[in-house]
Design a protein around this ligand. Structure first.
Ligand SMILES: Cc1cc2nc3c(=O)[nH]c(=O)nc-3n(C[C@H](O)[C@H](O)[C@H](O)COP(=O)(O)OP(=O)(O)OC[C@H]3O[C@@H](n4cnc5c(N)ncnc54)[C@H](O)[C@@H]3O)c2cc1C
Ligand code: SF4
Ligand code: SF4
Length: 1012
């Protein structure tokens, strides 16, 4: 049976049996062909199980046909642990429940994200303790698979110290609960397999769960008994772990308790012994008090020596950074630039904990004394005061791998040769040997280490697309691992062996690899579970990711790229996604990706879009797929909020990649009717405005809303803005604003968006009034047309280009006359600044882009220059409490900054009490939330924000984006206004009856929304 036939067989056999999803199409499989490593292997199929029985059925089906299975969590492995040619089982999609929490333990499904578990445990002042730097992404299953650890390894160890029991699907599909188990056979009578060294190979599996456990425990005990000397001899002299099965740990527990700790054996097994669906983990008390500081050194050698000096003090964490890393950190964040002097050649981030702050501080003081005393090693120390500074310092460590991953360019620090562990006392000498090896191989590398336990990450600079460089990397890996072995160290200590290190492990630690093979045979004699990882690889097997071609194929319709970049620039952009998976984050500290948060499936993640395009560009995915609905469906899971572009460590322009995918699809198929109509929302609004009374009656009438939904695709439950019928342009003409301003001094061109023009003339008047109040001349050029963002979001590049071209002429002319361009709608700014350069090549583009900003940024800049009039009047009467407003920063207004300038401006207004919403994306995303297809998704994404609006005490909302305003008023009777209106009101520029409260503003007709 060939692979195609096998695939249809899988669909036929499993689709009816599995409650979860069975994905066999090439598009879905392409998303599971890579992770954060440099490897690529296309799976035969992907199963996303919902139940333990789904996993069991899949494994049993595969085992019967000798097809391998590969468990996967978040796919953030740096060594290719979850990749393979068989069936990938994605446990990260549905296994996301925390099942039970007891005093010092927690039972979880293995797709739970580590950071979410920590958040849950923190409510009971507990913690998992194990702290990988990407805990907002990594799953518990992946952490068990890799035996993950983090900076606090010296205090909390790795996952093997946390696991108590596990529900596991074994290689034949049996579901068992693994617990430490006494072996049945006397260990001195260990079985020997005639050919294969220790252990009988194929024992018929027991059918009873308890018997099965004893059988497994006995098999493992035999391996341990027969190989005791070898295991002891190969054990690292530290507590540090190595890649693969933790046999020395098992031996220790067996000797101590007479039990084979089967759950512990799963840690580091990378899915090769069983697929873990649930686990009970031991928790630790949350840290009471800590002292954190950064010691700075003039050289790496001195930092390494300092780490040795600190060892007797048992720091909880001691992370070492080399000069290159410090330089990168300084250029990435201004805070680090202030913190770290350029002369620093290395740094050690050190943490001590204790029962109270004073005791923790005393431990840190002792460390400082040792490093700064008579034989001073460090040149300076930066000690964190308070929680915020501690978190900021920790950011240096937490973001280290992401920062390295994020370096752009064909030659960059790559994750191939890393994760070496050496005995701590050998660490300084090993660093010297390492520098020699790097010199001999003519390679530059970045170094990062958990120094007190000798754990070292080495990132050589290389171009992984160049076959010669790959060979060089393989030779370098060989040489470094050789040195590690000679120093009594090991490899794969924190991030496992995966596909990229298993062949080297076998070469450098052949005896241990032989024992691993023996253990593997106890659990999986047929080699069904993740073969080629931990055991069973040959050196020729490194599955390098193929290079990208500039476009799918010369003849394929349509040629990519559709946007203005060159084919090489486009391929480089796609290639810049390193698969780190940070865009799968669930951390509240980041806003990416609202769609993934709502539907945490791989295809929804930003990374999926880059992976899909990479598969097309490398021609692994048939270029004809560009016209298929499966590709469009993946592209449509992006609603163009741009948060990934802002938060991705490599700054990959995912929205532009998505536009390419959509544009290619549109070129082949054209837009469907509803998308076509919704992307022309400006024209529709224009028509509505022309017959405003009629249109307003229609949007308030349930029958006509039903019809509108059917014909236009606009969800009938969605509140819609009233049409005002007021002709903004006529008003502007009467005010003389439609001619270039004759004023001397600063002048702006106000670029109107659809919402302001058709639905909110009061906003236009408010901004004009605010600007004029500050002595700024305003020009509203009547030739401008809508920005075109809905067309870009739909993939109608030709349509968007036409609008962009008209606007560019108008804007360029104004810029030449010395105008700045400002918009009240943030998405219009994004469209001009980000999309226009990708739509059009024009000599004036850069100047237009540089001159364009949103109104709030413009006004805030005025304030910073001391030129903003501050004669604001209180927005509440003297005896009234301040008006409580919830401010929401729209996604497009936050690109590249933490806070929107509008928030800063509103804080200048007296009589306003401002709550910052901080509840992520509103979910509206322009026309996305209008569509009946997306209505429910949009509401779910925006639920946090809408709930905040409903909160007691909040009187109204404020935000710049019209879409967010619609969403904030959905499901609440409270109004939401543009911040500029509040400024105008506070300046006393908006006419209105009543006291100085906001009543007139908040009940004005233009602010009303009509529901069906
Ligand atoms: C930016 C970045 C920072 C990182 N920082 C750290 C760090 O500080 N410390 C650290 O240890 N690692 C780190 N890693 C490496 C990696 O993220 C971790 O090893 C992580 O634990 C992998 O989890 P995952 O959910 O992505 O698993 P995956 O990559 O999907 O899988 C990892 C392995 O576990 C197996 N597996 C997954 N689920 C199961 C299951 N249910 N049952 C059995 N086996 C399973 C897979 O087959 C695979 O072999 C980092 C990676 C990146 C990209
Ligand atoms: S898009 Fe960015 S954050 Fe996401 S996987 Fe790619 S590089 Fe990482
Ligand atoms: S633009 Fe927004 S929705 Fe699209 S992938 Fe990026 S974060 Fe997700």
């Amino acid at each position: 049976m060939d692979r195609e036939q096998l695939r249809s067989r899988i669909e036929e056999d499993l689709s009816g049996v599995v409650a979860g999803e069975v994905l066999c199409d090439a598009e879905s499989r392409s998303l599971y062909a890579t992770d954060a490593s440099l490897c690529e292997v296309w799976p035969l199929a992907v199963v996303r199980p919902r139940t333990n029985e789904d996993v069991a059925a899949t494994v049993a089906w595969a085992a019967k046909r000798q097809i391998p299975v590969h468990p996967r969590g978040a796919g953030s492995s740096l060594a290719g642990g979850s990749l393979g040619p068989g069936v990938v089982i994605d446990c990260g999609r549905f296994f996301r429940r925390i099942l039970q929490t007891s005093g010092d333990g927690v039972r979880v499904q293995t797709g739970v994200i580590a950071a979410q578990l920590e958040e849950h445990l923190a409510r009971g002042s507990r913690s998992l303790g194990v702290d990988p730097s990407n805990s907002c992404v990594t799953t518990i299953g992946g952490m068990i698979g890799k035996n993950s650890s983090g900076s606090r390894f010296p205090k909390h160890g790795a996952m093997s110290g946390r696991i108590e029991s596990a529900r596991v699907v074994l290689a034949d599909g049996a579901i068992v609960d693994l617990v430490p188990t006494a072996p049945a056979l006397p260990r001195q009578h260990a079985l020997r397999d005639a050919d294969d060294g220790p252990l009988a190979s194929a024992i018929t599996p027991a059918t009873n769960g308890a018997e099965r456990l004893v059988q497994l425990a006995s098999g493992v005990a035999n391996v341990l008994a027969v190989s005791r000397e070898l295991i002891v001899a190969s054990q690292p002299t530290t507590r540090a772990t190595h890649g693969g099965y933790q046999l020395h740990d098992l031996l220790r527990v067996l000797d101590r308790d007479g039990l084979v700790d089967l759950p512990r054996l799963l840690c580091g097994a990378e899915g090769t012994l069983g697929i873990v669906t649930e686990a009970t983990l031991r928790t630790v008390p949350a840290e009471a008090a800590t002292a954190v500081g950064l010691f700075l050194f003039d050289s790496l050698d001195r930092a390494a020596e300092a780490a040795i000096r600190l060892r007797p003090l048992s720091p909880d964490a001691c992370d070492l950074f080399d000069k290159r890393h410090l330089t990168l950190a300084r250029s990435a964040k201004p805070a680090f630039d202030q913190l770290i002097p350029p002369i620093a050649g290395a740094g050690l981030l050190v943490e001590f904990s204790a029962a109270d702050e004073q005791a923790a501080a005393a431990r840190f003081d002792e460390a400082a004394r040792r490093l700064q005393g008579p034989r001073a090693l460090c040149i300076d120390v930066r000690r964190a005061e308070g929680a915020a500074e501690k978190a900021a310092l920790w950011e240096l460590s937490r973001s280290v791998v992401a920062t390295l991953h994020g370096v752009r360019g064909t030659v960059r620090p790559v994750p191939f040769v890393e994760d070496v562990v050496v005995p701590p006392e050998a660490f300084p000498e090993f660093l010297r040997r390492l520098q020699d090896v790097l010199k001999q191989c003519d390679v530059t590398a970045m170094l990062f280490a958990h120094a007190t336990h000798g754990q070292l990450h080495i990132r050589p600079y290389a171009d992984p697309r160049d076959p010669a460089e790959r060979l060089r990397l393989e030779r370098l890996a060989d040489a470094i691992y050789e040195e590690a072995a000679a120093a009594g160290g090991t490899i794969g200590g924190e991030q496992g062996l995966g596909l990229s290190r298993t062949p080297f492990f076998a070469a450098h630690f052949p005896e241990l690899a032989g024992l691993f093979a023996a253990v593997k045979r106890v659990f999986d004699p047929e080699g069904v579970l993740n073969p080629g990882v931990v055991t069973g690889a040959s050196p020729a097997q490194v599955a390098w990711r193929p290079p990208l071609a500039a476009q799918p194929s010369a003849t394929s319709p349509p040629p990519l790229p559709v946007l203005t970049w060159t084919a090489e620039q486009f391929a480089d952009e796609v290639d810049a996604c390193n698969g780190c998976g940070t865009c799968r984050t669930q951390s509240p500290g980041s806003r990416m990706c609202p769609m993934y948060r709502e539907n945490p499936a791989e295809e929804t993640s930003p990374r999926a879009k880059a992976n899909l395009m990479a598969s097309l560009l490398s021609a692994r995915l048939d270029p004809a797929a560009l016209g298929r609905d499966a590709v469009r469906a993946i592209a449509d899971t992006c609603f163009n909020c741009h948060q990934c572009r802002a938060d991705c460590s490599a700054g990959v322009d995912i929205p532009a990649i998505v536009t390419e995918l959509k544009a290619a699809h549109v070129n082949i198929n054209s837009l469907d009717l509803h998308s076509w109509l919704l992307s022309r929302v400006d024209s529709l609004s224009g028509l509505g405005g022309a017959v405003a009374p009629l249109a307003n009656r229609a949007i308030a009438n349930p029958q006509s809303r039903w019809l509108i939904e059917k014909v236009l695709g606009v969800a009938r439950g969605r509140k819609l803005p009233r049409f005002t019928g007021q002709q903004v342009m006529r008003w502007a003409a009467r005010r003389g604003l439609t001619r270039p301003s004759r004023r001397s001094g600063p002048r702006v061109l106000y670029f109107l968006d659809t919402f302001a023009r058709r639905h909110d003339p009061l906003l236009v008047k408010a901004l004009v009034a605010v600007l004029e109040h500050n002595g700024i001349g305003v020009f509203i050029d009547p030739r401008q047309v809508s920005a075109g963002m809905p067309l870009v979001a739909a993939g109608d590049v030709a349509g968007a280009r036409r609008l962009a071209s008209t606007n560019l002429r108008v804007l360029a002319e104004a810029v030449r006359l010395g105008y700045r361009i400002i918009c009240t709608e943030p998405s219009a700014v994004t469209c001009i600044v980000h999309d226009y350069p990708l739509l059009l090549e024009d000599d004036e583009m850069d100047r237009v882009v540089a001159a364009t900003s949103d109104a709030a940024t413009f006004l805030w800049d005025l304030h910073r220059e001391g030129r903003l009039s501050l004669d604001f009047q209180p927005l509440s009467g003297p005896s009234q409490p301040a008006t409580r407003i919830l401010y929401h920063a729209p996604c497009h207004a936050r690109i590249g900054r933490d806070k929107s300038p509008a928030e800063h401006l509103l804080r200048l207004v007296p009589g306003l009490s401002l709550d910052s919403a901080d509840r992520g994306c509103s979910g509206m995303a322009g026309t996305f939330g209008l569509s009946r297809h997306n209505y429910r998704t949009s509401l779910r994404v925006g639920l946090g924000l809408v709930s905040a609006m409903r909160g007691g005490g909040i009187e109204a909302g404020a935000t710049e984006c019209s879409g967010c305003r619609i969403q904030m008023e959905q499901g609440t009777s409270k109004p939401t206004v543009h911040p500029v209106k509040l400024l105008a009101k506070s300046y006393g520029l908006l006419a209105g009856p009543g006291p100085d409260r906001l009543d007139s503003l908040l009940t004005g007709r233009s602010g009303l929304l009509t529901t069906s």
